[in-house]
Write a protein that binds this ligand. Structure first.
Ligand code: AMP
Length: 422
């Protein structure tokens, strides 16, 4: 038995919570600002939700899912991402009868069996946003603005979008069969072995390959946006005009793809100063074919997923401070049996008055208890020594100054409430 969390996972200790609490709170605030409601779906789903909803020919489904059979023989999978589960919930709860689009966000862990490295874990956390049921490019814009808003709010500078359109079932197959695949075949000798395999299974994914050897061929590849059908072209041009209208910088990036039939039209990533393609913080796009892939009716949708660990890493790297978490404000120290009973009562009374209080235990010397009060970083220590017990008073010590006053027991919580800012 080793005392070690599983490979690629980590504990978030109380002292490490300030960043994740802050980022989650800002994400929730901004989602609310845009009219998104929180949805919590199970951490596991029936395996086909992800197998169909993410796609068989993806790294996630082929190599990275935590799939297991439960005691009843069902195949279940820990969610490797949120979108498929959220769309499953939209369909299951008949959300198409609500005003469209249905705006939903989630925060929580996701699981992928990846090779752990800096910023890449096997259990990680995402802030996920979906707008389901509408294909107006104004919704794509909204999801992009929300993403930008969060990054800006957190203090990241130099924001810009990477933007692409991957077309739809009306135009993408033509581009693949007649343009991209023939081009890649002509240059197959210059592609890395992994990309030669991708060319056969999922040719669009060759475009976002990180293999060094393939880069010159990929750079020279014909761009899908030059081959969009009228509907996709119009959707893309309108989105771009909205981004101009709102003055959001974007760069066309023809290498940004999702490589699946149900992912349609818009694909985007957000970049900030100090980060680029290798460590994308967040990305999203449109998935007008996903609901059908899950067996539902045609339902357009667009969303974004943002990795919390990568945001936190970048906040730390860029020296962006977050508000400290509130800790206990008062420590109650005592002497003797009667003092202890009084301390237990007083601590209960203070908590009832909404004052965060830690009580000494285990009958150590007053000196040791005061040392503990110091380590707890409280603002006040309350001392119930022999003398205080005899006189019905409490000594209130302000830790920062060392100043002490004697206060009647019955008046302590009033006194502290006056001194502590709520
Ligand atoms: P994806 O669903 O692959 O588009 O990922 C969306 C975001 O989640 C990425 O931009 C990362 O910020 C984050 N992410 C994805 N996989 C991991 C991982 N294994 N560990 C940490 N963060 C991840």
């Amino acid at each position: 038995m080793r005392y070690q969390s599983p490979k690629g996972t980590f504990d978030i200790l109380p002292e490490d919570q300030a960043y994740s609490r802050y980022v989650k709170a800002r994400a929730q605030h901004i989602a609310t600002l845009y009219g998104y409601g929180e949805i919590e779906t199970p951490i596991f789903e029936y395996t086909p939700v992800f197998a169909r909803g993410i796609g068989q020919n993806t790294d996630i489904v082929e190599k990275e899912m935590y799939t297991f059979e439960d005691k009843g023989g069902e195949s279940l999978t820990l969610r490797p991402e949120f979108t498929a589960g959220v769309v499953r919930a939209y369909l299951e709860h008949g959300m198409h009868v609500r005003p469209q689009p249905v705006r939903l966000y989630s925060l929580g862990p996701a699981f992928r069996h990846e090779r752990p490295q800096a910023g890449r874990f096997r259990q990680f956390h995402q802030f996920n946003v979906e707008a389901i049921g509408e294909q107006d490019p104004a919704v794509d814009l909204e999801v992009m603005l929300l993403t930008w808003h969060l990054y800006d709010d957190l203090g990241f500078k130099g924001l810009s979008f990477q933007l692409n359109s991957t077309g739809c079932p009306a135009c993408r197959p033509d581009y693949l069969q007649n343009i991209l695949i023939p081009y890649l075949r002509r240059h197959v000798d210059q592609l890395a072995a992994e990309d030669q395999r991708r060319l056969e299974r999922n040719p669009l994914r060759v475009l976002d390959s990180k293999e060094r050897q393939s880069q010159p061929v990929i750079e020279g590849a014909p761009r899908i946006i030059d081959f969009l059908c009228d509907e996709c072209r119009q959707h893309f041009d309108t989105l771009r005009s909205y981004l101009d209208l709102l003055d959001r910088r974007y760069v066309l990036n023809h290498r940004l793809v999702r490589g699946l039939d149900y992912y349609t039209k818009t694909v985007f990533e957000i970049w900030a100063q100090g980060i680029g393609a290798q460590n994308a913080l967040g990305g999203g796009g449109r998935y007008d074919g996903l609901a059908e892939a899950l067996g539902g009716p045609h339902t357009p949708g667009v969303g974004v997923a943002i990795g919390l660990e990568r945001i936190i890493l970048l906040l730390k790297e860029q020296g962006i401070a977050v508000p400290p978490l509130p800790g206990p404000e008062v420590f109650v120290a005592y002497q003797g049996h009667t003092g202890k009973r009084a301390a237990l009562q007083l601590a209960a009374e203070l908590r009832a008055a909404d004052i965060a209080t830690v009580s000494a235990v285990s009958d150590r010397s007053l000196k040791a208890q005061m040392k503990q009060a110091d380590r707890e970083a409280v603002r006040f220590a309350l001392i119930l020594g022999d003398e205080e017990v005899a006189t019905g008073k409490v000594t209130v010590r302000e830790m920062a100054t060392g100043q002490q006053v004697a206060i009647a027991r019955s008046n302590v919580s009033n006194y502290l409430r006056g001194r502590l800012v709520f």
